[in-house]
Design a protein around this ligand. Structure first.
Ligand code: ADP
Ligand code: ZN
Length: 731
């Protein structure tokens, strides 16, 4: 650890040089340079930047360029540790003092500080103001000088913020005790009111204020319709994006289910929700941060205080409850500013679920707010406007639109005249006497022969089967569009029923036309970087190497190198140390520390590949096939069966019919899982069924049933047939 700084770096002209030397970055992010300059002028500061904006560098770089110690106040111990590790990995003298250290360890760190080996010291607020620490700081101030106080998560000081912490209030003492030492307040979430409050509470003097836009230009936003194929789409995103990602779900059950299905599809995924115990949760979290697993499937309990910069995608498999939550959760993608993907699956079923949850709230005022927030989410999802414009307007940021980085801007939805279809749909509602819901109307239009249609003799209606040319999903979209445009109404008296209004009749009388936005064909979602196959192969290889090194050092992989550095290496394929230094994120220290190993890996790769040239675009894949694996519910049945429970007992436990449980077991057998057949069919009844199958054939059940003279049930036959398949056809 060395904090010695060549004197030339204090010249502003060489700030870029200092940035490259210490952190390996070539240029400042928007705002950073101005902030660093103001910090060098010893000004107080109020910095508001969205997550991932690069706040830390704003106090870290000045700390390295100024004499003395910079004290960083940070409320989260885990984050403290992360930042210190990352700094140390850059060869920068940094350490922390908090309650996790033994007395001896703390004293040895204090000695290092007094010896001038440390430029950045991280402390928790309660520590800073403790009786022991301030006298120590007096000595430091006297002997070495304190260059600044950086107060991270500064919104905690304000009661108007969302995360008020009383111990932050005491921070004023610092100003009183050290009036000449500049204070820098930093936060990611602050309204004007919170900002003013922070300035007042910390007693900042004529602060340099920087409020960055909440726009996150590297994030691509899209909304997809939730359909039966949604899971396959999730799988496709996971496979195509390659890096780490988070899938958010509304309930614990859904989390377990999606994690299970991803695992079955060969993806390294883990669940995370409030129903798990602390140990499991924190183990899963660490495994995600360390890249042991690719995907975290989680409720919104996951993510707060997690500082993983290389999350490449965030998928909301279920609808978020409000837009601010969505901004924060999706904002966990791409903190390293690399292109990342945010997908929201939107289905009306979710709207119903959330409405139900809202209705359970006892306080009418709370209900009203929740409903309004839900309305905003729906508007976001349904809108054909730029997604950024909608999100940012929520924070009072004006964004002109045309961001070129959202689904709506990339593919303006064409509008089509669909008056004829609307007439068909509405007259079908009329023929059914306005007594039925959407699905039934669609069944009639599409000429379904289901029981309900036949029972009401709706197959006799003149509108029966006139909508066969469109799929049920297409009709649903049309019906919803009619509802949104106020051309049709839905009432819920027990169950939802479609009703006509004056405008519906105007359409049927051809006094009004009907237009709606239609989905463009979705091939390649968004603007994704299509990589040469070689680049992505090398990238994957370098990730593995990074993971090994990180594990040896017991740090998260991104501490060794961010994704961008590996990508840059994969593209540039440096052949020697000086070329290696041109790679993004490689400073002196990392060059010396990791250069040889990475060069070696790249060299080997190039030899094996015969130095590939050119950038062939990656293959465009169709939706992946979701492997034929048991559903989560079927697996639960199988587990209970393996514990020796009878079908009856399982049915009772799970609140399902015995028939459903039998079906589960047959299905899992057909997919190759072994069950105890003797628990399902009495041993002496198995052989006759096998004989029948061997004589009659295994295709249809009825002939087997008849052959056995109806003395064996269909259920028994199904079990034995599945067992026979397993043992004869060779799974
Ligand atoms: P915040 O605290 O604002 O959420 P961080 O300070 O953690 O953000 O920075 C987010 C990521 O961006 C980190 O991985 C950091 O190393 C990286 N970063 C910061 N500044 C730059 C820069 N000028 N060039 C490249 N990467 C940067
Ligand atoms: Zn846009």
């Amino acid at each position: 650890m060395s904090g010695s700084i060549p004197p030339t770096f204090t010249q502003p002209r060489s700030l870029e040089q200092a940035l490259k030397h210490f952190f390996g970055y070539d240029c400042f992010r928007p705002g950073q340079r101005e902030i660093v300059e103001a910090a060098l002028e010893k000004r107080d500061m109020m910095i508001v930047m969205p997550t991932g904006g690069g706040k830390s560098l704003c106090f870290q770089l000045p700390a390295l360029l100024k004499p003395g110690l910079c004290v960083v106040v940070s409320p989260l111990i885990a984050l403290m540790q992360d930042q210190v590790e990352a700094l140390q990995d850059n060869g920068i003298g940094a350490t922390f003092l908090n309650s996790t250290l033994s007395g001896m360890e703390a004293r040895s760190r204090e000695t290092a500080i007094l010896n001038g080996q440390i430029k950045l010291l991280y402390v928790a607020p309660e520590r800073l103001l403790g009786e022991r620490f301030l006298p120590f700081l007096d000595i430091v101030a006297e002997k070495l000088g304190v260059s600044a106080f950086a107060i991270d998560e500064a919104h905690c000081v304000s009661e108007w913020g969302h995360d008020f912490r009383p111990e932050y209030r005491q921070m004023q003492q610092v100003r009183d005790r050290y009036p000449d030492i500049p204070i820098m307040a930093l936060t990611a979430t602050a309204t004007e009111r919170v900002r003013q409050d922070i300035i007042q509470q910390l007693n900042l003097r004529d602060p340099f204020v920087h409020v960055a836009s909440f726009n996150r230009p590297n994030l691509y936003y899209e909304v997809r319709e939730k359909t039966k194929r949604s899971f396959a789409e999730v799988l496709q995103i996971v496979q195509q994006k390659g890096g780490s990602g988070i899938v958010y779900c509304l309930s614990r059950k859904r989390v377990e289910e999606v994690a299970y299905k991803l695992q079955q599809s060969g993806i390294q995924a883990l669940p995370y929700h409030a129903g798990m115990n602390d140990v499991d949760r924190s183990t899963n979290q660490t495994r995600f941060i360390r890249d042991d697993v690719q995907v975290m499937v989680a409720t919104i309990a996951f993510g707060m205080g997690i500082n993983k910069p290389d999350v490449r995608f965030v998928i909301h498999y279920d609808l978020p409850k409000n837009l601010e939550g969505y901004y924060q959760e999706s904002g966990r993608a791409g903190r390293d500013n690399e292109p990342s993907h945010c997908t929201l699956f939107f289905g009306y079923g979710d709207v119903k679920t959330i409405e139900y949850i809202i209705d359970q709230k006892p306080d009418p005022q709370e209900q009203r707010i929740a409903k309004q927030q839900l309305r905003q989410v729906i508007n976001y999802a349904e809108s054909s406007e730029c997604r950024r414009t909608i999100q940012l307007s929520y924070f009072g940021d004006l964004f002109p639109g045309n961001c070129a980085q959202c689904d709506n801007c990339c593919a303006k939805k064409p509008v089509e005249d669909r008056t004829l279809d609307a007439m068909k749909f509405l007259s079908c509602v009329a023929r059914c006497k306005e007594k039925f819901g959407m699905n039934h109307i669609i069944d009639v239009l599409r000429g379904s022969k289901n029981q309900k249609v036949l029972q009401y003799q709706h197959d006799q209606l003149s509108t029966y089967g006139i909508g066969k040319d469109r799929s049920a999903d297409e009709w649903k979209t049309l019906a919803r569009s009619l509802l949104h445009q106020g051309l049709l109404e839905e009432r819920t008296d027990g169950f939802p029923t479609l009703k006509l209004n004056d405008r519906s009749w105007e359409i049927m009388k051809r006094q009004r036309t009907f237009e709606m936005a239609v989905e463009p064909k979705r091939d390649v979602p968004g603007k994704t970087r299509s990589l040469a196959v070689e680049v992505s192969t090398l990238f994957a290889l370098l990730r593995t190497l990074r993971k090994q090194i990180a594990d040896e050092q017991q740090v998260p992989p991104y501490v060794v190198f961010p994704d961008k550095s590996l990508m840059d290496m994969a593209e540039k394929r440096p052949q020697n140390l000086s070329e290696f230094e041109d790679v993004h994120g490689v400073g002196r220290n990392k060059r010396d520390k990791y250069g040889q190993v990475f060069l070696e890996a790249i060299r080997t790769f190039c030899e094996e590949q015969g130095l590939p040239l050119g950038n062939a675009p990656g293959p465009v894949t169709n939706l992946p096939k979701v492997p034929d694996v048991p559903s989560y519910s079927q697996m639960q049945t199988l587990e209970l069966h393996k514990q020796g429970l009878t079908i009856q007992a399982i049915a009772q436990m799970r609140g399902m019919t015995p028939g459903t449980i039998s079906e589960h077991l047959v299905k899992v057998m057909e997919m190759g899982h072994s069950v105890d057949i003797n628990l399902l069919v009495e041993p002496n009844r198995q052989q006759p069924i096998i004989q029948a199958i061997e004589i009659i054939g295994d295709e249809r059940l009825r002939p087997i049933f008849d052959f056995l003279q109806e003395s064996y049930s269909f259920e028994e036959i199904k079990f034995v047939r599945a067992w026979w398949w397993q043992n004869n056809v060779g799974f």
